[in-house]
Design a protein around this ligand. Sequence first.
Ligand SMILES: C[S@@+](CC[C@H](N)C(=O)[O-])C[C@H]1O[C@@H](n2cnc3c(N)ncnc32)[C@H](O)[C@@H]1O
Length: 222
Amino acid sequence: MRLRKIKHAKNQLAEHPSIVIIDPKTHQGTWQALFEKAQPLHLEVGCGKGKFIMEMADVYQDKNFLALERYDSVLIRVLEKWLKCPKKNVRMIYGNAMDLAMMFGLGEIQTIYLNFSDPWPKRRQEKRRLTHPDYIFKYRRILAPNGKLILKTDNDRFFTYSMMQINNDDHFRIDRMSLDLKETSWFNVSTEFEDRFQAQGQPIYYLEATLTEGEPHETTLS
Ligand SMILES: C[S@@+](CC[C@H](N)C(=O)[O-])C[C@H]1O[C@@H](n2cnc3c(N)ncnc32)[C@H](O)[C@@H]1O
């Protein structure tokens, strides 16, 4: 994604400390306290401008949603959407997925969404892919037992790579998969990138996995 730098974006985010968290590590294990009601926590890693999370929050009012984004100039777009239409079950995190294991307690998250993650196609970039085994390990720690990892992408090579990494991890079971999401009857909320690729007639690849055997967890909402 070409990034248009917005001046003072971080300062603007910091003006809404109850909505946008800029020091996520200090909330480890206590994310529910940011919401009106304690409900299963769903996290989008790399939320972009936030269309998906804002629409999901309307559909699933019995869940709490966290939108994680590493660029302040992008996250500000989510905040703008939120300020236009406040949602008590959505909060934003300004941070990097690399730090997930320090942001969340064991089993704190019910569902993780990876929507149109950067594919990092070059071999030397493999470690940056959000489905590299190092990331899968972090997801395993922060997901609740029977928690879900849900991935959508337009990139066939990234999809194949991700499917192999998830399949190779004994803690996850792949429940369903599609090589063309529009050919299924599955309920779907589209993302900004998805709309763009759909308009170009590109198939959307989809994968949903469950954490069957995680790290030792404390009791969490499920
Ligand atoms: C291709 S965009 C997709 C945005 C959105 N999910 C969608 O589908 O429309 C990927 C987003 O992930 C963010 N991102 C990439 N790596 C990240 C990381 N390690 N931590 C947090 N955000 C990340 C990027 O800044 C970008 O906004």
